[in-house]
Ligand binder design. Sequence first.
Ligand SMILES: [Zn+2]
Length: 573
Amino acid sequence: MKKLVLLPLLLLFLFTGAHAQSYNHMKADSLLKANGEIYFSFRIDDRAELDVLTNIISIDNVKGQDVFAYANRSEFGKFVKLGYEIRLLTPPGSMLTDAELMKPANTTSPSGPELWNFYPTYQQYVDTMAYYANAYPSLCKLDTIGTTTQGRLLLAVKISKNVNVDEAKPQFLYTSSIHGDELTSYVGMLHLIEYLLTRYGTDTKVTRLVDSIQIFINPLANPDGTYHGGNNTVNGATRTNANGVDMNRNYPDPGYGPHPDGNAWQPETIAFMNYADSMSFSMSANFHGGSEVFNYPWDTWPRLTADDSWWRFVGREFADTIHKYGPAGYFTDLNNGITDGYAWYTVHGGRQDYMNYFHACREVTVEISSTKTPPASQLISFWNYDYHSYLNYIEQVLYGIHGIVTDTATGLPLYSKVRIEGHDKDSSIVYSRKSNGFYDRLIDQGTWNLTFSKPGYYSKTINNVAVSHYSGVNLNVQLKSIFYGTGELNQGALTIYPVPASKDIHLIFPETDSKKWRLDVVNIIGVSIYSSEINNSGQLIYKIDVSAYPEGVYFIRLSNNNGIYRKQIIVKH
Ligand SMILES: [Zn+2]
């Protein structure tokens, strides 16, 4: 009896469900036509499903068994075959009424915080960035990172004392809205630019940051997505770029290769990769929306970074500061506002892991507000909750261990590897900058042993460097070349015969206490055509076969810890 009653009900249920799904798919189709992407949710049984799903669709959030995701047409085509029951959601970039967006102010010359309660038009954004560079030429410089798919500008300002010089200071980057519909920090970053520039010289903290750091701010990483609805409104903003590609899945991945999403690198991705190559960012943050959490690396795999405890310390400070200035319940997702990326949900091809793994940068993903595009009237409130954390996070780049690496003999800056003994892993090693030898090793409090190394130089290890929170250790290091000694030595001490030579030439090394030698034969245009490293002491006799050398003049260059010997030889057949 029960069965007879239940069966029709079950059939009805199945029919209704299937009907709802086909209706959903039709609606999805029309949304895909209009926006190039859809936003939807579905349920999973097991978190392991996420490891597969993350390669098919763009997962945006996971709350228990509920997954929130975006997909473009081809992604959705693959996803549909998996048979999940979906619920279509209103695109977050199209939820605001005109009144909530507020009318953009007419001015492009910001003069106070009252101007940060609206979403600027594209042109206002470009003009505002230019305005600051023009109004503060010694503190602010406008960089064009590149051009988007549709030809909009990817812009960053650099803010620093002596902004036109690459001084030996850390380089710090803020960037927002790589997902074009996550806009709270887009306006927040514009506000931050104004805050830093107008308070420089009067506000102690701001002055210290601008004096000691090169601060780069890119408020809008995906202008094509943000202005999908036209240059005059952010209404209709999309997550993806104009090609429907989620650019926070489009970067080379430490575990999944150069194209983890199967898409070509987008113009925006290439522009940013070139920009990162031309810089040496020590630390950065990429602002998003949709949740409220400080999401630190890694996203791609469950391994922890070498500096996991440092990340938790910095993340805790970021979240706790927001808790101090924000309303109850704000920025409390996951572990009260912080999470390891993978522990939340895995992402491949994210910019955070790319910057950490391939650029020795400490980049975090910050989800700044649950509402991706809040009513414009709330933007000032978010600024007031968040800006202390924005400043504190920048300030952290001044701590840890930093300094300049130079050549003992010439004093010139050196590009050198800086390794923390017994600590570094998964590409956490940092390097000093080619331009000025500056390095910056952010690290948790503790006592650390650092080894500085560079091919052609003797490595140097400095033990027991004590680091505490909220103070920076300045550690300048000189490395000695094994190629060039520190000075010319008594040239008579090196004996060479025969001159000229046609086959073997013999070198009688000087008698010194040095055991390590570097020997080069250099041709007339100064190119080393033979080199060897030799470990020996005493009166070594060394033979070089020159029978294959073209006739002419060559130089023997022999160096050790103490200096260099040079002698001319002649090859004649
Ligand atoms: Zn996002």
